[in-house]
Design a binder for this molecule. Structure first.
Ligand SMILES: C[S@@+](CC[C@H](N)C(=O)[O-])C[C@H]1O[C@@H](n2cnc3c(N)ncnc32)[C@H](O)[C@@H]1O
Length: 262
């Protein structure tokens, strides 16, 4: 399976440079649990670097060599490379030494696992790597409010200067939603304006699953977790009808989980 983030890596920090709304939440849970913490699908280290800078013992795992190379460079630049372990692995099938008190999958990345069998495999591996009573945080978009929007749309999502070329860069996103499968199919167009006025376009495709609240609770229960709390925003407001986010805090309760997928 190819990882679309191998293509998207070049643009990821350009798009997310000013996004840190979720950082205080992860810092709070890292302090509460005392670490060590494991971030699955850690990408370019957007969260790893500030967590490590704050003294959290943190390990990052991602399947994209391109995203991890950027993370490594950023951590090196901030003299934090010695403080963070990075692993290239698939979150559905990984084995790390040690056990963690906190694991998290940020910013919709759990939805990159589209099939229930893949979701179960990842949750089972995470369960194995947590201490008993350890916490798992999942942050996904609130799928309970989906269905009223247009089934497809095209929008200009981000503009600015390409940090590599210095040329004007725009990101257009086309969404086509499969309501029956609870999947958004995104096509991203990155348009770079060349000096001669022509446009160089790079395209990447990505499919993202969205989840309902009780679906997540059932998935977690099946993997040996109990839901401790549900939040609707990064400032930990209770999950409500109009919440944009569906943030689940789950506790590892059972000692062993049958590794078979549902
Ligand atoms: C939206 S980025 C999230 C990056 C980071 N967590 C953040 O919040 O900025 C999604 C990441 O998931 C990674 N990814 C996708 N499928 C994966 C898998 N099966 N196992 C591990 N990482 C995966 C991609 O390589 C990408 O870096």
């Amino acid at each position: 399976m190819t990882n679309p983030y191998d293509v998207l890596a070049r643009y990821y920090d350009w798009e997310h440079a000013s996004f840190s709304d979720d950082l205080a939440m992860y810092l709070g849970f890292a302090k509460r649990t005392g670490g060590p913490a494991l971030e699955l699908a850690c990408g370019t280290g957007r969260l790893l670097a500030p967590l490590a800078a704050d003294g959290v013992s943190v390990v990052g795992l991602d399947s994209s060599a391109e995203m991890l190379a950027i993370a490594r460079g950023a951590l090196e630049g901030e003299r934090l490379l010695g403080a963070v372990e990075l692993h290239q692995a698939d979150m559905r099938d990984f084995a790390l030494p040690g056990r963690f008190r906190l694991a998290f999958i940020a910013l919709d990345s759990f939805g990159l696992l589209r099939r229930p069998a893949d979701q179960h495999a990842a949750l089972t591996r995470i369960h194995h790597h947590l201490t008993l009573g350890g916490l798992l945080l999942l942050d996904v978009a609130n799928g309970n409010i989906r269905g009223g929007e247009a089934p497809d749309e095209l929008l200009l999502q981000h503009t600015g200067l390409d940090p590599l070329s210095g040329r004007p860069l725009s990101k257009w996103t086309a969404r086509a939603t499969d309501l029956a499968a609870q999947v958004d199919h995104f096509t991203y167009f990155y348009d770079e304006l060349r000096e001669d006025g022509t446009v160089a376009r790079r395209t990447a495709r990505l499919a993202l699953r969205y989840f309902g609240r009780f679906e997540l609770e059932l998935l977690l229960g099946r993997a040996g977790f109990a839901v401790e709390a549900l939040y609707g925003s990064y400032d930990l407001a209770p999950f409500a009808s109009d919440s944009e986010r569906l943030i689940v805090v789950a506790v590892k309760t059972a000692r062993e989980v049958h590794p078979k997928s549902p």
